[in-house]
Design a protein around this ligand. Structure first.
Ligand SMILES: *[C@@H]1O[C@H](CO)[C@@H](O)[C@H](O)[C@H]1NC(C)=O
Ligand SMILES: *[C@@H]1O[C@H](CO)[C@@H](O)[C@H](O)[C@H]1NC(C)=O
Ligand SMILES: *[C@@H]1O[C@H](CO)[C@@H](O)[C@H](O)[C@H]1NC(C)=O
Ligand SMILES: *[C@@H]1O[C@H](CO)[C@@H](O)[C@H](O)[C@H]1NC(C)=O
Ligand SMILES: *[C@@H]1O[C@H](CO)[C@@H](O)[C@H](O)[C@H]1NC(C)=O
Length: 416
């Protein structure tokens, strides 16, 4: 879950199928690699020399800004600015050769398009806060994706809104529109498609406790299926994932209270819950006041359901000393407890919000400016970029298409 604050007026929808990210097409020119960055027609490769030694005498970058917005302090060669511009304009940034396998191209000199397919409407005046996560729907069952998007009332609190956005993929062009779950969700966030239904993590509000809501994706009929831990309200459930055997893992954080002022004061520590849906067993399996999770966020399972990934944020996303981590746990159906956590990665820009895993076990995290892609061992392979000033919030796989939900837009990119 994230927020973005913007001003100004904007158009509804539009922007389908526009390519972006056209950097200077100077592949292989020696000049292009001058600062340790190879510049292609739609992407760049950042070489170890650039990564090891930033080519300016003095520089700095706040934790919420992406790599290419590193500030050069004082004087620097013009070419450094041009290099950062090329990174800013690119649609991908490669750090490792394996990233080209992910993109299905041979190297930086080949084109790769990241296609914006929808732009969320902005308020005509004043502030707009978008907050959205994706429901992971499988195309074989129903060809739609369901990011939720809630616009708050002016000021601090998030306003309850009765719709979610649905992208229909059954025609030749994806169509994104508002649909109305019934009864409505109360601040919907992450979701997971399981056994014919969409399970939403909903934050809740002052009068409706948060929890997990099951929705029929065809009729949009909803039913609350979990709303408490032994009579306690959850704080504000953020994301949920479910194993093939029906064990759900969901995150609970202080987002609703601390960031949005749309839930009552929490009574519980934050953490990751395991919910055996058939047995009705709910237990905290990570966090629980131990400090690992101030604010856990996205959850994902690998293809075998043996590995659980959980993303974590600090008290705010701008906390310099806060979490911007993805933790890896081993799990099994027999064993209720998770393995001890392993720190898979500490993200360099913003924090990993939503997380997804591909068929080869690579991990994808939505961060400021891009979707970061890591190998199983946590090596950063590359960045699939979203448009300038957008932040990737979550993703969903539909076959080999990765749909990316940004604060401002929905994108898709065909991967291998
Ligand atoms: C980046 O894009 C901007 C705006 O489109 C353009 O002015 C600039 O020349 C581009 N820079 C590079 C290095 O491609
Ligand atoms: C809380 O959510 C319910 C829907 O579940 C809605 O009817 C109510 O207006 C919301 N309350 C506030 C204060 O937004
Ligand atoms: C695709 O799905 C949408 C929403 O369910 C429906 O309105 C539309 O008619 C469908 N289009 C096709 C081509 O099947
Ligand atoms: C899937 O749903 C059906 C009813 O629609 C139920 O009988 C079955 O137990 C469910 N499977 C799992 C794994 O929960
Ligand atoms: C939070 O919301 C409550 C209820 O709407 C309101 O009384 C309070 O002033 C709000 N707090 C902040 C910090 O906006």
């Amino acid at each position: 879950m994230t927020i973005a604050t913007r001003s100004g007026k904007g158009a509804l929808c539009a922007l389908a199928f526009l390519g972006f990210g056209i950097a200077a097409p100077t592949p292989n020119s020696p000049e292009a690699a001058e600062n340790g960055v190879l510049i292609g027609p739609s992407g760049v490769e950042v070489l170890p020399s650039f990564r090891n030694k930033f080519p300016a005498a003095d520089f700095n970058r706040p934790v919420t800004e992406p790599y290419w917005q590193t500030e050069i302090i004082g004087k620097a060669d013009d070419s450094v600015k041009k290099t950062l511009d090329a990174m800013a304009n690119a649609s991908f940034i490669a750090f490792e050769p394996e990233f080209y396998q992910v993109l299905g191209i041979s190297d930086y000199s080949q084109e790769k398009e990241v296609e914006p397919i929808f732009e969320f409407p902005r308020a005509l005046l004043g502030l707009t806060v978008l907050f959205m996560m994706a429901a992971c729907m499988r195309q074989s069952v129903t060809a739609s994706l369901l990011p939720s998007c809630t616009l708050p009332r002016r000021g601090f609190s998030m306003q309850f809104l009765p719709w979610v956005w649905r992208t229909s993929l059954n025609g030749s062009t994806p169509v994104t529109e508002k649909v109305y779950p019934n009864p409505p969700l109360t601040i919907a966030n992450g979701a997971h498609y399981f056994n014919g239904s969409v399970y939403w993590a909903q934050e809740g509000n002052y009068t409706t406790p948060g929890g997990i809501v099951r929705m029929n994706p065809i009729t949009l009929q909803t039913e609350v299926v979990l709303n408490n831990f032994m009579g306690h309200r959850f704080n504000s459930p953020n994301d949920v994932v479910i194993t093939k055997s029906g064990v759900a893992y969901f995150t609970d954080g202080y987002y609703g209270f601390a960031n949005f002022n749309d839930t009552i004061k929490p009574e519980l520590a934050n953490g990751v819950y395991r919910w055996d849906m058939a047995a009705g067993r709910v237990r905290m399996v990570a966090g629980a006041g131990t400090g690992l999770f101030i604010n856990p966020n996205g959850v994902a399972l690998d293809a075998t359901d043996d590995i659980l990934y959980v993303t974590a944020r600090g008290f705010t996303s701008a906390d310099a000393d806060g979490n911007r981590n993805i933790y890896k746990f081993s799990r099994s159906d027999e064993q209720g407890m998770l393995s001890p956590p392993q720190l898979l990665t500490y993200a360099d820009a913003g924090f990993p919000d939503g997380v997804k895993v591909d068929a080869n076990g690579r991990i994808y995290g939505g961060v400021a400016g891009a979707v970061d892609v890591w190998s199983k061992d946590g090596t950063l392979l590359g960045k699939i970029k979203v448009m300038a000033d957008d932040t990737a919030v979550n993703m969903a796989w539909v076959g080999k298409w990765l749909y990316i939900f940004g604060r401002s837009r929905i994108y898709r990119v065909l991967l291998t």
